[in-house]
Ligand binder design. Structure first.
Ligand SMILES: Cc1ncc(COP(=O)(O)O)c(C=O)c1O
Length: 383
């Protein structure tokens, strides 16, 4: 059944980026080796300032990965045993995993069907006397609706920890993501908009106490060598990764622009295909006042699984982020949720499909993806 005529288009291809940068990368990695300082040295410190600046925050604290950024930010915000944290069921597992690791209870709340992010009105209705924090996710690179969430937080004295793992550089009406709430969490996983050569992450904040606590918690709760005042863990961004990230950072603005150009091209081609008007597919939206960084370009399609298989047969990569909402995960069974509790998240899990998206992708490749999507419905819908 393989009909791979025409060029294949990968869902994501890091090799193209690495080839362009390889000389610069070798140079900085050689320097790190020569200096022989691998933990919390110069590149980490510089990168912390640079990422904080992108987010409009005062402090950046490099940690081992985005999951730990969430965990340590929660601990630093005082979240612990028995507290409730309101979050979305439609996200990567790490979001709710970090809440549970901190000893707290993830309280899921349904999403806005347009942005796939927490619906602030529904989130407000989930606040109880045990609620300690809200953890919105800026999914796919589109900012969550922060202003009403911040109002809920202020009215109930809750902390707000933003999961900006997919959204570095995005902004909403309240400014850059990561610095709207009390703390923001970034992931430098290789496939993220700014990715390193392994795992990496960062907490950003403008609150000096939160910054100080994360700094202490990432080294086993220690401010002074061998003196431990809190239970933290070993979670530091290493110097090699920071050096790689600083090389890439110089290109980050143009990569973001390119992602937005690719998204616009997808929008134009898919809009003129007739599929949108006929209600066959729904395109991602950038809401007014928002700056979407298109970590993913994600369609909603009723016939998602059949379309994905068709694309695969034609050599085109696509991914489902995420097929099983978190309230339906085995590990959270004891929380007592059931199918039907969050119908919008469940529908999204059945319908979303992320198309190839990376800055080095060519216009011809975007054309090819759209051409094959049209081909899938040929005969049924005029393309
Ligand atoms: C929304 C979201 N949150 C958290 C994470 C966790 O980041 P990491 O993989 O760096 O631990 C990721 C990335 O994988 C993510 O996409």
């Amino acid at each position: 059944m393989s009909e791979c005529s025409g060029h294949p288009v990968p869902g994501f291809d890091l090799k193209r980026q690495n080839i362009l940068l390889q000389e610069d990368l070798r140079k900085v990695l050689d320097e790190v080796i020569k200096k022989g300082q691998f933990i919390l040295a110069e590149n980490v410190q510089e990168l912390e300032s640079e990422i904080a600046r992108i987010c409009g925050a005062r402090y950046g604290i490099g940690v081992a990965n985005g999951s730990d950024a969430l965990y340590l930010a929660l601990l630093a915000c005082g979240v612990g045993q028995g507290d409730e944290v309101i979050t979305t069921p439609f996200t990567f597992f790490a979001t709710a995993g970090a809440i549970a690791r901190a000893g707290a209870v993830p309280v899921f709340s349904d999403i806005d069907p347009v942005t796939y992010n927490l619906d602030p009105v529904l989130a407000a209705s989930r606040v109880t006397s045990r609620t300690k924090a809200i953890l919105p996710v800026h999914l796919y690179g589109h900012p969550a609706d922060m202003e009403p969430l911040m109002q809920v937080a202020r009215a109930n004295q809750l902390k707000v920890i933003e999961d900006a793992a997919q959204a570095l550089g995005a902004s909403g009406q309240d400014g850059p993501v990561g610095n709207i709430g009390d703390a923001g969490c970034i992931s430098f996983f290789p496939t993220k908009n700014l990715g390193c050569f392994g795992d990496g992450g960062m907490v950003v904040t403008s609150d000096p106490e939160i910054a100080e606590r994360v700094r202490m918690l990432r080294v086993h709760g220690s401010r002074k060598k061998y003196i431990h005042e809190a239970l933290g863990c070993n979670s530091r961004l290493d110097e090699m990764q920071a050096a790689v990230l600083r090389v890439k950072l110089a290109h980050f603005p143009s990569w973001t622009e390119r992602r937005r150009e690719i998204a616009l091209l997808y929008d134009q081609l898919l809009n003129s295909s007739g599929l949108v008007q006929k209600g066959v597919i729904r395109l991602p939206r950038q809401l007014p006042g928002c700056f979407h960084v298109y970590h993913q370009y994600t369609l909603a399609v009723g016939e998602r699984d059949r379309l994905q298989q068709y694309l695969k047969n034609k050599g085109i990569g696509s991914t489902v982020y995420y097929p099983l909402p978190l309230h339906r995960q085995e590990v959270f069974r004891s929380l007592g949720y059931k199918e039907g509790d969050f119908p919008r998240a469940e529908q999204a899990a059945r319908e979303v499909l992320s198309l190839p998206m990376f800055p080095e992708m060519t216009g011809e490749e975007v054309d090819r993806v759209v051409h094959v999507i049209c081909e899938f419905w040929k005969g049924e819908v005029q393309c």
